[in-house]
Design a protein around this ligand. Structure first.
Ligand SMILES: Cc1cc2nc3c(=O)[nH]c(=O)nc-3n(C[C@H](O)[C@H](O)[C@H](O)COP(=O)(O)OP(=O)(O)OC[C@H]3O[C@@H](n4cnc5c(N)ncnc54)[C@H](O)[C@@H]3O)c2cc1C
Length: 800
């Protein structure tokens, strides 16, 4: 204990692969004075018993990029540190036994091509050549990805720790952090018994213990552990027959919930079983270290039967052990990293969802860069801890949801898929009305969101091709155009901003001019210092010193954090009033008539982007003339306790319903950009085609980065020529045979009877004018190329 310092610039808690990687990358980026504290020995938590598979092809661009970097690093670390990582490039083979799976793995191949990753679609016969031990009668196709491989997880962590030590990082084992200290709300140090290490920054990388360690500082880290199984066999003649030093590729048989690889001349066969076992933290001994959980053959047996069918040689195998280790998962099956929204200076990374070894290199680097730069240096939205509000960190919800997350790890990511457990955590004030109207809900960020109103019959079966809801949504789209359709937007965040400096503060925070008249609404973005978009919002002026910000669903935590960081000396207060109001969109040509029908007082004649009080049935709220769809209509803001009264009056007056699928289709046709899709922290307003909304000269954050900025990257509208093309997200776009961009949002267009999309082009054809429509593009979806045309204008104007 006496050797512990009393101060460090950065303290990393946890000596698993994640903590070691963060420390290594911090040091590599030039950060000094770093201390790592490990309760037991390095790698003694979950890291030591991982299967070590590293598979690059993933359903998202971010994950693929991070793992791509990991592979490069794991190949190089031995040269740098002298410690081998066990990196072996065996390639991987992923089987498909049904058309949905085949499409999914082909989609991943296409996505990988956007980053130059080459993988090959093969048939069953070739799959058997690559993995001679498997039965392939039911295999309808497979993907062979030569770049993938495996590592020895403990050795990766040890190589990283060696590299970190060589750069001056101090690592203390047998040193448990027992408390965290704060000064004026900011993290200020860690307690190790009676000893305190004061620190400027603290990083929690404690694996499945992270939630409890974060709670020591009042921070939220919603993750929970599950039991996770694989078997190891004794040597098998069939594996030995491969020859000394030869390896099988990693096998993924996701339809059978299995993965496998050779292991010391035998086999390792693991699973993501559909009915997983949650693991309450208090069931683990306090000194759990290099430990395992009890074998559970009854639980593993169905998976064993699947394995015997796929790999008949297992019949003869002697099982060495059924390994059962703990691993932590998150509510939405994405890992989390970032600075705690509640405690500045406290950084968190965990909930690795059984991909911690594959991700450690790339994600550790991303975390280190974030700590140094004060904000993410790459696109990390899907993993950003700010997507979880404190309300979601409920043990009951985690216990209910997390076993399902493990159980669905190998699910096909079909559009329309949603978790079944922990539902109804956040419901709109008009939820009961939407249920009665036949809404089909998806769980998004804890909220129940109505996606369409055809119920289950119009939702299933899920598919990558024509969805079951296409006709249902056609009717909803039509209602949004020619009728009056209720679109529940209550999940949008609402932040009240008040104080003598409210206007000046918002002018500093937001890119548009905020000194607007009372009763007006401004559309704007919040930017980071690089000019990238951090939030996309509308701002209502309610009084000289009072504004209401309407921000994206799930963006409140992120926006409040940024607002606190930007407040400085401005005399301003902000309050999250999300739960206080419903937002009911009323879209379509009949919207005004229907609204008037509900009210005994005249509905005001509103110009676009103005709002005024309205009475709706027995309720009172206010109406803004704007829409999320680009169609005629209103957004109605109603106190939560009056929302059902307003809703009932609207339905009584003839309003119908529309869900997120309808509004998404209309949004994309209208060319409206959405945060997390077209708008990201790495995208400037100019690149997004929103430069005209920036009030240069008002000294807003990010303004300097926008001056003289002539972007080559551009968000464009894209229309497919072929109605069979069904894109989802991230698909690569080709021009002249080269990848020139990716899809950022896509939907079926009921106007054109073809898919329409928004896309980010990394290099725009020279001389493209606003009105131009350029054909000759191709989009690759599941290894098929589809021709398409693009324009900078909204699709509904450009492609008439
Ligand atoms: C059976 C199994 C197979 C897997 N296979 C794969 C695979 O093939 N590929 C893959 O990518 N991933 C795999 N994983 C997942 C992977 O192992 C994890 O995601 C990864 O190891 C998590 O690393 P970590 O550093 O976050 O956690 P850990 O390794 O658990 O490290 C956390 C550390 O924090 C320490 N700690 C906790 N509390 C404190 C405290 N108060 N003070 C100080 N230290 C503290 C712990 O002692 C521990 O050493 C597998 C997991 C399991 C269980």
């Amino acid at each position: 204990m006496s050797t512990l310092p009393s101060h460090a610039r950065t303290v990393v808690i946890g000596g698993g692969v994640i903590g070691c990687s963060i420390a290594y990358h911090l040091a590599r980026e030039g950060r000094t004075d770093i201390v790592v504290l490990e309760r037991s020995k390095l790698t003694s938590g979950t890291t030591w018993h991982a299967a070590g598979l590293v598979r690059m092809l993933r359903p998202s661009a971010t994950l693929t990029k991070l793992i791509n970097y990991s592979i490069d690093l794991y190949g190089e670390l031995e040269r740098e540190t002298g410690q081998a990582t066990g990196w072996t490039q065996t390639g991987s083979l992923t089987l498909a036994t049904n058309p949905g799976r085949l499409t999914n793995i082909k989609r991943q191949v296409s996505l990988g091509r956007a980053f130059g990753l080459e993988a090959e679609v093969v048939d069953g016969a070739r799959a058997k050549e690559l993995w001679p031990l498997i039965e392939t009668d039911d295999v309808i196709g497979a993907v062979w990805s030569p770049a993938d491989g495996r590592v020895n997880p403990s050795d990766v962590a040890l190589a990283l720790s060696k590299g970190a030590r060589a750069r001056g990082v101090q690592i203390f084992e047998d040193t448990a952090v027992t408390g965290l200290q704060k000064k004026a709300g900011r993290i200020s140090g860690v307690e190790v018994g009676d000893h305190v290490i004061e620190a400027d920054e603290v990083v929690i990388a404690c694996g499945l213990w992270s939630r409890e360690v974060a709670a020591m500082a009042g921070a939220h880290m919603p993750l929970y552990a599950c039991e996770h199984f694989y078997i190891l066999t004794k040597p098998l003649a069939e594996v030995q027959a491969l020859g000394k030093g030869a390896h099988l590729p990693t096998l993924n048989d996701q339809d059978a919930f299995l993965y496998a690889r050779d292991d010391v001349e035998g086999l390792l066969v693991g699973c993501f079983e559909p009915h997983a076992k949650g693991l309450p933290l208090d069931s683990l001994p306090k000194d759990f270290s290099f430990d395992l959980l009890d074998e559970d053959w009854d639980h593993f047996m169905p998976m064993m039967e699947n394995a015997l069918r796929r790999i008949p040689a297992l019949e003869q195998a002697e099982v060495r052990m059924l390994l059962n280790g703990p691993e932590s998962f998150t509510l939405d099956s994405q890992f989390m990293l970032g600075e705690s929204p509640e405690v500045p200076g406290l950084f968190l990374m965990g909930g690795m969802n059984s991909t911690g070894i594959a991700l450690a290199g790339g994600a550790g680097k991303a975390m280190a860069e974030w700590i140094i730069a004060g904000e993410p240096t790459m696109e990390l939205n899907e993993a950003d801890i700010r997507r979880f509000s404190p309300e979601m960190n409920v043990l009951g919800a985690l216990e209910a949801r997390i076993p399902e997350v493990l159980g669905r790890h190998y699910d096909n990511p079909f559009p329309g898929r949603s978790m079944d457990t922990a539902r109804g955590q956040r419901r709109s004030p008009i939820h009961a009305g939407l249920v009665a109207a036949g809404a089909r809900f998806e769980s998004r960020g804890g909220w129940e969101r109505a996606v369409h109103f055809g119920g289950e019959a119009a939702h299933l079966p899920l598919s990558f091709s024509v969805p079951a809801w296409r006709d249902q949504v056609a009717a909803e789209v039509e209602a949004c155009r020619s009728g009056a359709a209720i679109l529940d937007q209550s999940a949008f965040g609402k932040i009240m901003v008040q104080g003598p400096d409210a206007c000046d503060f918002l002018n500093h925070l937001c890119a548009a001019q905020m000194d607007i008249a009372e009763g007006r609404i401004a559309y704007t973005q919040i930017l980071n210092t690089r000019g990238g978009v951090e939030s996309d919002l509308t701002v209502q002026r309610h009084g000289p010193e009072t504004y209401l910000l309407i921000v994206g669903a799930g963006e409140v935590v992120r926006d409040l954090k940024r607002m606190r960081e930007t407040r400085g000396d401005f005399r301003v207060e902000f309050t999250d009033v999300t739960s206080g109001y419903a937002i009911v969109g009323l879209a379509g040509a009949q919207a005004r008539d229907v609204l008037q029908e509900t009210s005994n007082t005249p509905i005001p004649q509103l110009k676009r982007f103005h709002f005024a009080p309205v009475e709706i049935g027995l309720a009172r709220g206010w109406a803004g003339r704007l829409s999320f769809t680009g169609e005629e209509g209103y957004e109605l803001y109603i106190p939560s306790d009056m929302a059902m009264a307003a809703y009932e009056a609207l339905v009584e007056a003839g309003a119908s319903h529309a869900g997120l699928y309808a509004s998404g289709s209309l949004r994309i046709e209208s060319g409206f950009r959405a945060f997390g899709h077209e708008l990201t922290p790495g995208t400037t307003p100019q690149e997004a085609g929103l430069g005209a909304f920036c009030a240069l000269g008002t000294d807003f954050v990010g303004e300097d980065a926008l001056k003289d900025h002539d972007p080559r990257r551009q968000v464009v509208s894209l229309l497919f020529d072929d109605p069979d093309a069904i894109p989802i997200h991230d698909e690569p776009i080709y021009f002249d045979g080269k990848v020139v961009g990716q899809i950022t949002s896509a939907a079926w267009s009921y106007r054109f009877d073809r898919s329409v999309a928004l896309a980010m082009l990394t290099s725009l054809p020279e001389g493209l004018q606003d009105g131009d429509v350029i054909p000759g593009f191709e989009v690759e979806i599941a290894c098929n190329r589809y021709s398409a045309r693009i324009s900078r204008k909204p699709a509904k104007e450009a492609f008439q």
